[in-house]
Ligand binder design. Sequence first.
Ligand code: PMP
Ligand code: GLU
Length: 397
Amino acid sequence: MIQLSDRVKNICPSQTLAITSQVLKMRAEGKKIISFGAGEPDFDTPTNIREEAIKAIKSGFTHYTTDSGIPELKNAVIDKLKRDQGLSYHAKQILISNGAKHSLYNALMALCNPGDEVLLPTPCWVSYTEQIKLAQAKPVFIETKQENQFELTAELVQKSITDRTKILLLNTPNNPTGAVYNPEELKKIAEILVKKDIYCISDEIYEKLVYDDAEHVSIASFGPEIKEKVILINGMSKSYAMTGWRIGYTAGPEEIIFGMSKLQGHCTSNANSIAQKASVEGLEGNQDSIESMRTEFDRRRRFMVQALSQIKGFQCDMPKGAFYAFPNITQLFNSGLTLNKKEIKSSLELADFILSKAEVAVVPGVAFEAEGYLRLSYATSMPQIEEGMKRLEKLFQ
Ligand code: PMP
Ligand code: GLU
C-alpha cells in the first residue's frame, strides 16, 4: 500500500485545472463542449513577444540564468511598477518565478510557520487555501457578500485578526467574483496591517482587466510603512495572454525576496530563459494589445452578464474586473431539477448537470469557498459565448 505524505493527503486537486482536463477528454471523445471553465485568455500571445522568444532561441539563450531572474527582466518589472503603481524597488527586491502561482507558493512558504493564520477573503481562487495548508499555516476565511459587491472592508479584516495572524492574502481585481476593491477601503485596511504588524500578499494578476470606472490601486502604494509589509505578486499570464510561458514576479522587502529566492534555488532554479526574454518585450514593448484584449473582454462581459440575467434561476451582477461572471444560482437548488434521479442541491451537482445535459463546462462556487454560485469565464470567443448562452437558456427554460 502506497503511503503518501500527510501534506499531500490533506490537499485537494485544483478544481479549475481538473475541469480543463475533463473538457479536453470529452472533446477528444468527439463531444462539442463549450468551456467557461479555466480562466485563460483565448488570444494568442502578441507577435512582438513571440518574436523575441524566437530570437532568444536562435541566439542560443538556452542555458540556466541567475536563479532569481535575468537583470533585464528585473529592470523591466522595476520600470513597470514605477510606471503603473508609482512604486520604487531595486533589483534585490524582485524575484522572477515560474508563474504567479509559483510566486505565491514561494511567498507563503518563505513566511509561514506551523499554526500561523492567513486571512483569506472569500470567495477566493482555488489554489490559495491549498497553498496555505502546504505551508502548514491555517486559512482563516473572511466572507465577503454579494450585496456588498464582494468587497473586503477594514471592519471585516479587523474582526478576523488574532494573535496568530501573520498575513492577509488580497486579490483585487478578484477571481472569481470580479470585485475591484475600493481604494479608500484599501487604505484603511493598509492602516490596520501596519498597526498590527501583519504582512499582505497582494495578488494583482488581473490588474489590467478593469472595466467602466473601476481603477486598480495596489495596497503597496499607500506609503512607505505599508510598502514594507507588502509582497506584491503579478505575472504575464493574464495581461499578455502568456499562460503557457509561466512567468510570474514578486516585489517586496529584500529579506523576504532573499528567503523566497533561496527556496526557489532548491526547488525549480530559474524560470524558463526564453520566456524571461519574451517577458522583457512584453513589459517594455508596445502595450497596445493589452487595451485591445481588455476592450474585447469588456464586450464579452456585458454580453454574458446580460444573457445570464435572462436565464431562469440565475441572478448575475455586473463584475468590475478580471474575466469571470459569478451568478448566484441558489434558486435552482431543490427546484425539481434532477441528475441521475437525484435532486440538485449544490453548485457541484448543478455544474455536473449543466455539463452532462448541455455540454457546457462551468466551475462550481464551492471550489472558491462559495456555495450557491457558479463561475463562468468569458475569456473565450464570442461565438462560443453565444452558443453556450443559448444552450443554458434552453436547458433552464
Ligand atoms: N492568481 C490568480 C487569482 C489567478 O487566477 C491565477 C490564474 N491561474 C494565478 C494567480 C496564477 O497565474 P499564473 O501562475 O498563470 O501566473
Ligand atoms: N487562474 C485560472 C482559473 O482560475 C487558471 C487555472 C488555475 O491556475 O487555477 O481558472
